[in-house]
Design a binder for this molecule. Structure first.
Ligand SMILES: [Fe+2]
Length: 126
C-alpha cells in the first residue's frame, strides 16, 4: 500500500502481502522483518530482532544501502540505528521493556528506494 505508486520517496512503502512468496523483489529486499516473543511479562526486558533483507539480500554498496532502521511500539519511538555502507549490515537486536501491549513496528530507509514499514508484530503482555 503505497501513497504514490510511481514515487518511492513519497510517503511510506509497505508490502501488500505478509507472505514472502507473494512479495515482489523490491518488497523482499526492503521490508523490515521483526522477530520477538509472542508474549512477554509487563516491564521485563526482552529481545527484538529487526532485519532488512531477510527474504532477499539488499545491496550494501556506497551508492545503494540502508541508511537507518527504527523501532516503535505503536506510535511510541523505541530506538534507531544508523548504518554506513559496506561495513555494517541492517540487522539489529534491541532490548525492550513494555508497559503497554502496543504492536511493534519497524521502519527502514534506503537511499535509493525510500522508507519502508514492516508488518505489525503483536506482543501479548502477561
Ligand atoms: Fe534499496
Amino acid at each position: 500500500m503505497k501513497n504514490c505508486d510511481k514515487d518511492l520517496f513519497c510517503g511510506v512503502n509497505k508490502a501488500e502481502n505478509r507472505e514472502p512468496e507473494k512479495m515482489d523483489a523490491l518488497e523482499k529486499k526492503h521490508t523490515p522483518v521483526i522477530e520477538a516473543p509472542e508474549s512477554v511479562k509487563k516491564g521485563e526486558k526482552f529481545k527484538v530482532k529487526v532485519e532488512v533483507g531477510k527474504y532477499k539480500e539488499h545491496p550494501n554498496d556506497h551508492d545503494h544501502f540502508i541508511q537507518f532502521l527504527e523501532l516503535y511500539s505503536g506510535d511510541t519511538f523505541l530506538g534507531r540505528v544508523d548504518f554506513t555502507s559496506e561495513k555494517t549490515c541492517p540487522v539489529v537486536e534491541f532490548t525492550v521493556k513494555m508497559e503497554h501491549g502496543h504492536p511493534l513496528v519497524a521502519y527502514e530507509h534506503c537511499n535509493m528506494h525510500g522508507t519502508w514499514k514492516s508488518f505489525e508484530k503483536d506482543i501479548k503482555l502477561e
